[in-house]
Design a protein around this ligand. Structure first.
Ligand SMILES: Nc1ncnc2c1ncn2[C@@H]1O[C@H](COP(=O)(O)OP(=O)(O)O)[C@@H](O)[C@H]1O
Ligand SMILES: [Mg+2]
Length: 227
């Protein structure tokens, strides 16, 4: 469902030097599969996820999602794919502070033309929030939740449009060990139940170990075994 072919990406540093981050990288992810990409800080994990999510353009190579080359689409088509086929989770939750849990989860459903949210979206939101144990927190604001609960809201928001692919960048990075383990377990359960492919980039070996497959990002490429 996802294929990266010969993808390269470099940046220009503030002092004008070219910094090659990813070089001729290949990656394949099957429908519903879970995969962890691990690597130390600065190895290019976020860069990789931004390319897959259509947030940043590769210098060379192609990113194919469900058979479509993301970077051959128009800007409008690409944001449509981003909104409807891809869910994002980041280290920080990025929830809207003045909206309730339920409202936050429904935000991605407003991108279409259904406003107020269709009854169907509401039902799905309630069902997912119940599955992650937040059915008693629907009217809470993010500031009234624990870090782990906020991150669970972010997971539900990412899944609300039934994406084909869920991208997570250090999703447990700001949580304590217990909340991190709980979130990792939840992600892998939802991956199975929702049949959403899951690509997690992390430096947490505990989180990575929960995924079906693990690859190491080193020298700008993905490898099967650690150094
Ligand atoms: N927009 C940017 N401009 C210049 N350099 C960048 C930019 N984004 C990332 N980098 C550099 O690319 C390298 C990889 O960054 P990143 O993908 O964030 O690594 P990771 O997520 O594995 O910690 C780092 O050296 C970083 O400084
Ligand atoms: Mg990063």
């Amino acid at each position: 469902m996802l294929e990266l072919r010969d993808v390269s990406k470099s940046y220009v540093s503030p002092d004008g030097e070219k910094l090659a981050v990813l070089g001729r990288l290949d990656l394949r992810l099957l429908e519903g599969e879970s995969l962890a990409v691990v690597g130390p800080s600065g190895s290019g994990k976020s860069t990789l996820l931004n390319l897959v999510g259509g947030l940043d353009r590769p210098d060379a190579g192609s990113v194919l999602l469900e058979g479509q080359d993301l970077w051959r689409l128009s800007e409008g088509q690409r944001s449509r794919v981003r909104n409807l086929r891809i869910g994002f989770i980041f280290q920080l939750h990025h929830l809207l502070p003045s909206c309730t849990v339920l409202e936050n989860v429904l935000v991605p459903t407003l991108a279409g033309n259904q406003e107020p949210p269709a009854e169907q979206s509401r039902r799905r939101a309630l069902a997912l929030l119940e599955r992650v144990g937040l059915q008693d927190r629907l009217e809470y604001r993010p500031g009234q939740l624990s870090g782990g609960q906020r991150q669970r809201v972010a997971v539900v928001r990412a899944l609300i449009n039934q994406p084909a692919l869920l991208l997570a960048d250090e999703p447990t990075g700001s949580l304590d060990a217990a909340a991190a383990a709980e979130l990792g377990q939840m992600l892998i359960e939802l991956n199975a139940q929702e049949h959403t492919a899951l690509l997690v980039v992390t430096h947490s070996l505990d989180l990575a170990g929960r995924m079906a497959r693990k690859l190491h990002l080193r020298g700008g490429r993905l490898e099967d075994s650690p150094a």
